[in-house]
Design a binder for this molecule. Structure first.
Ligand SMILES: [Zn+2]
Ligand SMILES: [Zn+2]
Length: 137
């Protein structure tokens, strides 16, 4: 996964990533469910300097998490696809939504977090660490 590309559904926003993810996380929290419109989000975390937007400009939305930090979501203002997330507690880090990658076939999550909120039909892998809420620091 040394270098890869991705973008939104309509193609207006494109990005390129070089570097290895520091972690790959399935998040079952309420915010990830809302923002993806799906059962959970698969997020790959990178240093934000590893990510380059090569076309277009993502639209930005900010909200406050229940832990009190400011969360930033970046998405295509035309088609609405979610691309990146970041939080005031993770300065210098940015997450990429796995579904925005052109080829997500190499994505192997290591963690499932906020499993206390997961939907009943979602079956967790035996190969991931499971945490009821956030991963303990
Ligand atoms: Zn788009
Ligand atoms: Zn989440």
């Amino acid at each position: 996964m040394a270098k890869f590309t991705g973008g939104c559904l309509c193609g207006a926003v494109r990005y390129e990533v070089s570097g290895e993810p520091t972690r790959i996380v399935n998040c079952h929290c309420d915010d990830c469910r809302k923002v993806t419109g799906s059962a959970f989000a698969t997020n790959l975390f990178f240093k934000d300097s590893d990510i380059t937007v090569t076309q277009g400009t993502p639209k930005v939305f900010q909200h406050t998490s229940d832990a009190g930090s400011t969360m930033t979501k970046e998405f295509c203002g035309n088609c609405g696809s979610q691309l990146f997330g970041s939080g005031s507690r993770g300065v210098g880090m940015k997450s990429i939504k796995a579904g925005s990658m052109d080829d997500p076939s190499g994505v192997v999550p290591a963690l499932d977090i906020y499993i206390s909120r997961k939907l009943p039909g979602v079956v967790l892998s035996d190969d991931t660490e499971h945490h009821e809420e956030m991963r303990p620091q």
